[in-house]
Design a protein around this ligand. Structure first.
Ligand code: PLP
Length: 369
C-alpha cells in the first residue's frame, strides 16, 4: 500500500496512461531499432517544437546532458563554471567530471534561484560558463542573467532538469546556449527509466553533441572524439513522445495543487511558501516551503502517512565528493539554511485535490490551527 499522500505514485500515473502506452510499445518492439530507432528522432523533433528550440539531442541522463554541453564548449581543467550553491549534487558532478572547478553562488532567499548580482561578482578571467538551475521548477531571473552573461561573453548552460515547460519570454532551456533536461521518472516529464536531452539553436554544436553522445563517431566507421556512449533509448523516447502530449496539462495540475496550498496555508506565519512569480514561470516540480521546525513537521506528516521530501539536506559544497574544492560549513549561509529548513510538500499531478487538502489539514494541526 502506498502512503495516503505519497510524494508521487508511479503506478497510478502509468495506469492512467496505459491504453496509450501499451500499443505504442508493442508497435516499437515490432518495427523499430532498439538503439536510435525512429522514435528517438521523432521525440527530438517534437520536444524541440514544444520548447521552441532548433535542435534537441537525446542523451542517457540529465547529468550526461550537462557533461556533454560542457564538453561541447571545450570546458575542462583550469576553467571555472558558476552555478547555484543550493542545486542538486549532479550539477556539481557534471562540472567536476570534465575537470573544471565549480564556483558556487548563493541563491536569492525569496526565489531560491541563483542571484544574478552574486553571479556577476563571482566572474573571473577563468570563468568559462554559467549554469543557472531552474530549481523546484521555477525559472531563474533570466531577464537579468542573459544580458549580463552576454556582456561578459559567457555562455549559459541552463540546468532545466526540474523545469520542463516553465515559460516567461521563452521556455526553460531555450534562453542560453544549451538547455539541459533530465527525464528521470520523478521529473515533470519523466521516462520509465533514465534519460536526458540537450536543446540548442546552434546547428554546429548540435552536430558535435550527436557525436559526443555516440562514442565520438562521425559516420559509420570514423571515431573523431574520445567520448561516452550516452544515447536516449528508443523505448524511453516512445514513452516520452506520449507523455509530452500531457505535459502542459500535468503542469497545470501541479499549479492547481500549488493554488490549494497557497489558499490553505498562507495565513501560517511559521511557513515561508514559494514566493509568487508570473503565471507559467513556475511549474512546481516541487512545492518547497521553508520553516524552522522542518524536521518536526516532516515527522508529524509521516505519522499521518503524508510524505514530505528534502531537497536537499546536505548542500553540494559539503558533500564528500566536493572535499577537494576546500569549501567549509558557513561558506554559503543561505544555501545551508535552506538545507536545514526546506521541506517539499506532495504535489505530483496524479494526486487528488483531496489528498493535497488532507496534507494541508495535517500541517494546520501541527501548528494547532
Ligand atoms: C535530476 C537533476 C539532475 C540530474 O538528472 P539525472 O537524469 O538524474 O542525471 C541534474 N540537475 C538537477 C537540478 C536535477 O534535478
Amino acid at each position: 500500500m502506498s502512503p495516503h499522500v505519497p510524494s508521487k505514485d508511479y503506478a497510478a500515473h502509468y495506469r492512467s496512461l496505459w491504453t496509450e502506452i501499451a500499443p505504442e510499445l508493442e508497435r516499437v518492439f515490432h518495427e523499430e531499432n532498439p538503439i536510435m530507432g525512429a522514435s528517438v528522432d521523432a521525440f527530438e523533433r517534437e520536444f524541440a517544437d514544444y520548447l521552441g528550440a532548433q535542435h534537441v539531442i537525446g542523451v542517457g541522463s540529465g547529468t550526461d546532458a550537462l557533461i556533454l554541453a560542457l564538453r561541447c564548449l571545450g570546458i575542462g581543467p583550469g576553467d571555472e563554471v558558476l552555478t547555484a550553491a543550493n542545486t542538486f549534487a549532479a550539477t556539481l558532478t557534471a562540472i567536476l567530471s570534465v575537470g573544471a572547478r565549480p564556483v558556487l553562488v548563493e541563491p536569492d532567499p525569496e526565489s531560491w534561484t541563483i542571484d544574478p548580482a552574486r553571479v556577476e561578482a563571482a566572474i573571473t578571467e577563468r570563468t568559462k560558463a554559467v549554469i543557472p538551475v531552474h530549481l523546484y521548477g521555477r525559472l531563474c531571473d533570466m531577464s537579468r542573467l542573459v544580458p549580463m552573461c552576454a556582456e561578459h561573453g559567457l555562455p549559459i548552460i541552463e540546468d532545466a532538469a526540474q523545469a520542463h515547460g516553465a515559460r516567461a519570454e521563452r521556455t526553460a532551456g531555450t534562453f542560453g546556449k544549451f538547455g539541459c533536461f533530465s527525464f528521470h521518472p520523478s521529473k515533470n516529464l519523466g521516462a520509465f527509466g533514465d534519460g536526458g536531452a540537450i536543446a540548442t539553436d546552434d546547428a554546429e554544436a548540435s552536430q558535435r553533441l550527436r557525436e559526443l553522445r555516440n562514442l565520438g563517431k562521425r559516420g559509420k566507421h570514423e571515431f573523431v572524439h574520445v567520448a561516452s556512449n550516452s544515447k536516449l533509448d528508443t523505448l524511453q523516447a516512445a514513452v516520452l513522445r506520449i507523455k509530452l502530449r500531457h505535459l502542459d496539462a500535468w503542469n497545470a495540475q501541479r499549479v492547481a495543487h500549488a493554488t490549494t496550498y497557497y489558499s490553505e496555508l498562507s495565513d501560517l506565519p511559521e511557513l515561508q511558501l514559494p514566493s509568487p512569480t508570473v503565471a507559467g514561470a513556475h511549474v512546481f516540480h516541487l512545492f518547497a516551503i521553508h520553516l524552522d521546525q522542518r524536521d518536526a513537521l516532516r515527522a508529524h506528516l509521516a505519522s499521518h502517512d503524508v510524505r514530505g521530501g528534502l531537497h536537499y539536506p546536505t548542500p553540494p559544497h559539503l558533500q564528500p565528493m566536493a572535499a577537494d574544492l576546500g569549501y567549509v560549513s558557513g561558506d554559503f549561509p543561505i544555501a545551508e539554511a535552506s538545507a536545514r529548513r526546506q521541506l517539499s510538500l506532495p504535489i505530483a499531478p496524479e494526486l487528488s485535490t483531496d489528498q493535497i487538502r488532507f496534507a494541508c489539514g495535517r500541517i494546520r494541526d501541527f501548528f494547532s490551527r
